[in-house]
Write a protein that binds this ligand. Structure first.
Ligand code: BTN
Length: 329
């Protein structure tokens, strides 16, 4: 991929349904008409359809269904996002890739996006199914240099900011199941977050925020054991989503969410978002605390994002991490 491909695609995105002249494009981008023609041919092999309209030029009528580097970059340009983004066709895990790049001295922040993961990781040593190229597998790598305590509400904040983004931009209303699941109203999981940090003395030196978000997958795209519990944006809202646009918008939303967090502005929205998107308050749950189950009624979260639970003996507990299960109905 080169910048030229994404510049060409930017021109088509800007033009929308109007034809783009190859001549004009060549002049604007300072290359020959043959170069434009060759690039369009190459983009066609990736799944783009450019329809020629006599003398007026070409119209972009269809885009690839899988994550496409040039197209995400073109969308990022339209959204005026300058984040650095690395693309991989296949990787073991975008979190691992981000960690490796950080260890090699790469400047942060940057994003790693992949079409597929061969060893996608979930929380608590679980696997994250990462076969479908129309779903999003993404990591945001940061070097925050903040005290570990300040990190406590980070994942919860990122999850709430994502819920707000999907609600406002796509009209998809999700709930956040503390601490790291995004779910639909019927309790199906649409996204999961995995934050991994490396501490150095008393600062967080490296921080990788991983997000798996199901975008275009349909039931058949999930393995049998996930079909009853997983969903995607497309399945839950019965609409079509363009993975590349969704990816660029999510990158922009996460960049903003991190900016708010690192500049201490997250507090302005945290409570409102929690009220709107929390899935657990008032519910009776069981939480695995280092292998030991504790049951009680969720009261909300404190300022650090710890879950407040009134246990069965009526005692108030503050829980900073754990695996929540709801009774089956
Ligand atoms: C969970 O719900 O258990 C968290 C799932 C997190 C999955 C994402 S996919 C991108 C990133 N890379 C990984 O290996 N995991 C996270």
């Amino acid at each position: 991929m080169s910048d030229l491909d994404s510049s060409i695609l930017s021109a088509f995105l800007e033009a929308g349904k109007s034809p783009v002249s190859g001549d004009r494009l060549a002049k604007e981008l300072g290359v020959s008409r043959v170069t434009i023609w060759t690039r369009l041919e190459r983009l066609r092999t990736q799944g783009f359809i450019f329809e020629a309209s006599t003398r007026k030029g070409y119209t972009l009528t269809s885009v690839p269904e899988a994550l496409n580097e040039a197209l995400v970059l073109a969308h990022l340009r339209t959204l005026k996002v300058t984040a650095e983004v690395e693309f991989m066709a296949v990787v073991d895990s975008t979190n691992s890739e981000a960690e490796r790049r950080i260890a090699l001295g790469r400047q942060a922040p940057f994003f790693v996006l992949a079409q597929k993961q061969t060893a996608g990781r979930g929380r608590l040593g679980r696997k994250w199914h990462s076969e479908h190229p129309g779903n999003l597998y993404l990591s945001l790598a940061l070097r925050p240099f903040i005290p570990p305590d300040r990190l406590k509400p980070f994942t919860l904040w990122m999850g709430l900011a994502l819920c707000a983004h999907l609600d406002e931009v796509h009209g998809v209303r999700l709930g956040l199941k503390w601490p790291n699941d995004l779910q639909t109203a019927d309790g199906r999981k649409l996204a999961g977050m995995l934050t991994e940090a490396r501490l150095d003395a008393d600062t967080v030196r490296d921080l990788v925020f991983g997000l798996g978000l199901n975008v275009t997958a349909q039931t058949k795209d999930f393995p049998a054991e996930l079909r009853e519990v997983a969903t995607s944006l497309a399945m839950s809202s019965k609409r079509d989503f363009e993975i590349n646009l969704v990816a660029a918008q999510i990158v922009a939303a996460l960049e903003r969410a991190w900016d708010d967090f690192s500049n201490d502005r997250w507090n302005e929205n945290f409570k409102n978002y929690w009220k709107r998107y929390d899935n657990l308050t008032g519910k009776t749950v069981t939480i695995q605390l280092r292998g030991k189950p504790v049951s009680g009624v969720v009261q909300g979260v404190d300022d650090d994002g710890s879950l407040i639970l009134n246990d069965t003996a009526g005692q108030r507990m503050l829980i900073s991490s754990g695996e929540v299960t709801l009774p089956k109905v």
